[in-house]
Every structure is written in C-alpha cells, then in structure tokens.
Design a protein around this ligand. Structure first.
Ligand code: ADP
Ligand code: GLC
Length: 479
C-alpha cells in the first residue's frame, strides 16, 4: 500500500508524482499486489471515478474523527484510491496558493496518512508494506508504531519511507501535536522535535522500518553535515535502516521512438526526426531557425534547489556565443522575473515559458541539443534521465542522483566511449560557465564526438524494472 500526495496523471508538482505512479506499476509487473492512496484534489472530483466507500470515519487524534469518502480508479494493475475531504483538498494548489503554503498542511496530510490505515481495515486488506513518500506521509511509521502498536491487523505491516527531497521537512508549530495525533512524549530531539518545532521528516526517519533516499549518492549526502539539510545526526543515528535506491524512468512515456507529444519520432539509428523536432520547437516558440547553433533546454521547478542564482548569470555569459535557449518553468516569482528579463533582452535567442506544460516538456527534451541541470542538490532527478534517452546531452552539477546517472566527459576527453553528458563540481558561476563553453565547442568544433556522446546517452537504460527489484528485495528483507 503506497500513500502519496502526488500521482502522475492525477496531480503533479514534480518527480514525486512520476515515481508514485511508475514504481507501483513496476512492482505490480513483478507480481506484487499494489494499491495507492492519494488525495482527491479539486479538479479530480469531476473525473469519472466510482465512489467505493461513501463514508469513512478516520480518527486522527484522541478526540476527533474526520468524515471522508473514498473513490477508486483502476490504473492498469494498480488500484488507486482517492481520499475525498473537500475542505482539505478542494483548493487551487496542492500545497500552497499565492499567499504561501496552506497553514493547515500538517493536518491535511496527516489525515491522508492516517486514512491509509483506516482504509486498509475497511477493505480488510492487510498490506505487508505501507510505503510512504516524503514529509507529507512521513507519519506512517509513527502511526504504525504508536497508534496501531497493539492492533493485530497491522502486526505484520512494515513501513518503508522514501525520501524524495530532504529539504522539505514538514516543519510546523508544536501546537499541531495534539491535532495530528503525536503524543508529546515523542516530541523529543530524537524523534519529532526540531528547534522547538515539529519536524515530520525527522520523525519519519525515527519511526520507519526502512528509509530510502532516491539515489545511493543522495543517501550518502544525507549522512554528511553540509548536504543533509540539517538532519545528518538523525540520518546517521538510523543509518542501519538507510538504503539509497535509484529511481527509474518510465520509458512508456519518455521514449523518442514512440512519443506522440513530439512532432517527429526518432531513434539512435536515425536521428533525422530529432532535427525536425528542433526546427519545430524553434518555430513554435519564436526562435530563429538556426540548425547549426546549439539549443540549450531547461524544464524545471523554479526553486533555489535547481541552482538558478548562479545559472542565470552564467547564461548571460553563454549568450555572447551564437546559441539559443528554451526554458520552461514555474515557481519562485524572483526567478520568473529574472528569466523573463533574460528572454526580453535576447529576442529570437531566448524563449521562456512560465507555466507547467507536459507537452512542451517533451518537445524541449526532443528538440534541444543540451539540457541544463546545475542543481545545488538533486535527490535523483528525472529530467537528466529523460534527456539522455532523447539524445539531448545533460549538463549537470555532479551531485546526488545526477552524479549517479550521468558520466561526464573528462577534460582530456579520454572517456569518450562512455561519457553521456557534461558535468562540473562546484555550484559557482565560473565552473558552470566553463562547462557551458565546453558544450559550445563540443557541438560546433567536434561534431563526431558530440554524436558519439549522444549515442552513449541514448543507449542508457534506467528501468523501473531494476528499481522495483531492489524495492522488492528490501520489502522481503523486512518481513
Ligand atoms: P523535481 O522532482 O525536483 O522537480 P525531477 O527531475 O525529479 O525534479 O522531476 C521533475 C518532473 O517534473 C519531470 O517529469 C519534469 O518534466 C516535470 N516538470 C517540472 N517542471 C515542469 C514544468 N514547468 N512543466 C512541465 N513539466 C515539468
Ligand atoms: C524530488 C527530487 C528529485 C527526484 C524526485 C523523484 O522532487 O527533487 O530529485 O527525482 O523527487 O524522486
């Protein structure tokens, strides 16, 4: 039983949604019976999902119960339950609106997490594993170990906690303790307490049977002071239950040979379609039809995590060269303003779309020559994996999952037979600018080497099948 706040095709803000859909499907393909619980956000209420349980009463704390209903959707072999509680989930955003994060987020997502247990009981479905994702559902381990400690129904249920992004910790005021059902006895520095506030992620680490960051590289980083988002002591304390598992890529959706969202399909053997995708992308976003200039793409949440504070100055330098940029993203208004300015000051050379568009994301992956991903930290990262499959060389900062998936071309080019992209180490303008310059020289001065790297990248496979086998082995080790 997975419980998650996002699910690709239903509600998505980033890669969590991709994983929450693809991993259950891959586990099902290995023979597991997998079900998923997600919130029924406002727009989903109009979809044609059957109402399975019209009324489910969920006890969240010692005194309060919340009335919910459950809808159901069969997504291939995976049964998806949708938690309806309109007061909490019928809102303009998943986690926030123009005024910032919803103040009652701890309550909203605790209800989701607790409902996973009550739903299992209502359905008489005893999961071997309750698999939670990020701070939103981090309380699963606590509920299992405290609220249901003496409930024989969950005697054999183990809790696996995926850490997709340790920077989001579900920090909230201690006054929420009673409401979300945390006994004050557990409000300690070893469990939920963090500088006087509740830290849901920290408690999730303390109470889960397994803690799974989404790449081995990120798992190591969480144990180090500088790269652990402040939680290295907690991760080290529970290190014996920590194991990184690299995400996979859903190649049913991200494959240039079959992708219906791009104007022409192509393969490693015949890249003529990629040239058509580039021309079509340039035309559709209003860039000059320059086939010979390298086109740099970016699709991203606009947050500090993704390195915009040093990427944007480095792009100003890059634009001295004959290159083009196509950028898609939404998020921090500060970065939106800076990217708008970049585009307005380089008409015909830079195009920025503010917003969220799956189709444009696919077209950028297919139509670009390089993909920009200079993240400050990256638990796994999916876009660099998509890029490789589309023969679009990723330019990455070598951190977390980026380091685990991209083989950077060495300065002496001695690893041309295995390199799949370009990389640099420190998140500073100088190193990134040098890396971008080397991308331009590679593209314009060494087309054979560029083509070789493109072939290397397109041959990579990061399958969900492999990841699901790792998860299944972990599940079995817990039983
Ligand atoms: P993160 O989860 O940190 O945002 P990932 O690389 O793991 O980073 O996953 C990002 C996912 O969200 C990808 O599927 C990417 O295509 C998608 N995405 C991010 N921003 C946008 C956007 N503005 N429009 C369309 N898709 C986006
Ligand atoms: C998070 C991370 C990203 C990861 C995704 C899916 O959003 O920022 O690196 O790929 O989750 O696990």
């Amino acid at each position: 039983m997975h419980v998650a706040s996002e699910y690709e095709g239903l509600a998505k803000s980033g890669g969590l949604a991709d994983v929450a859909r693809a991993l259950p499907a891959a586990l099902a393909a290995l023979g597991c019976e997998v079900r998923v619980l997600v919130p029924c956000y406002g727009p989903l209420r109009d979809r044609d999902f059957d109402r399975l349980i019209p009324s489910l009463s969920v006890p969240l704390n010692l005194t309060e119960r919340f009335g919910c209903s459950i809808r159901v959707w069969q997504d291939g072999p995976v049964t998806v339950y949708l938690l309806e509680h309109n007061e909490f989930f019928d809102r303009p955003g998943l986690y926030d609106d123009a005024h910032g994060p919803y103040e009652d987020n701890p309550l909203r997502f605790s209800l989701l997490t607790k409902t996973a247990f009550e739903l299992c009981k209502a359905l008489d479905y005893r999961p071997d594993i309750l698999h939670s994702h990020d701070w939103q559902t981090a309380l699963a381990g606590y509920y299992r170990n405290v609220h249901y400690a003496n409930d024989p129904f969950f005697a054999d249920t183990r809790v696996v906690f995926n850490v997709h992004n340790g920077a989001y910790q579900g920090l909230c005021h201690a006054r929420w303790l009673g409401t979300i059902g945390i006994d004050p006895a557990h409000f300690t520095p070893e469990q939920f307490e963090d500088h006087g506030e509740i830290n849901l992620l920290k408690g999730g680490v303390a109470f889960s049977d397994a803690i799974v960051p989404v790449s081995p590289g990120y798992a190591s980083e969480l144990l180090e002071e500088k790269t652990s988002h402040g939680l290295w002591r907690q991760f080290r304390t529970h290190q014996s239950r920590l194991q990184g598992i690299l995400n996979g890529c859903d190649y049913r959706q991200w494959n240039p040979e079959t992708d219906r969202q791009i104007p022409a399909r192509y393969s490693a053997e015949d890249l003529s379609g990629k040239a058509r995708c580039k021309a079509s992308l340039q035309a559709s976003v209003g860039l000059a039809p320059e086939a010979q200039q390298p086109l740099f793409g970016l699709v991203s949440r606009l947050t500090d995590q993704k390195g915009f504070h040093y990427l944007i100055p480095a792009l100003h330098d890059l634009l001295q060269h004959p290159v083009q940029l196509v950028l898609l993203g939404s998020g921090d208004p500060h970065f939106v303003g800076q990217l708008r300015h970049l585009a307005e000051s380089h008409p015909g050379q830079v195009q920025f779309t503010e917003g969220y568009s799956d189709t444009l994301a696919h077209r950028i992956e297919a139509g670009s020559d390089f993909f920009l991903m200079p993240s400050l930290f990256e638990p796994c990262g999916l876009n660099q994996i998509y890029s490789m499959r589309y023969g679009t060389l990723p330019i990455v900062r070598l951190t977390g999952g980026l380091k685990d998936t991209v083989v950077p071309l060495r300065a002496d080019q001695s690893n041309a037979d295995e390199a799949t992209g370009l990389g640099f180490t420190n998140p500073v303008i100088g190193e990134l600018a040098a890396c971008l310059e080397s991308a331009v020289s590679l593209y314009q001065g060494q087309p054979d080497l560029y083509a070789q790297l493109q072939q290397n990248a397109m041959a990579q496979r990061f399958t969900w099948h492999r990841a699901a086998e790792d998860y299944l082995a972990l599940y079995q080790s817990l039983s």
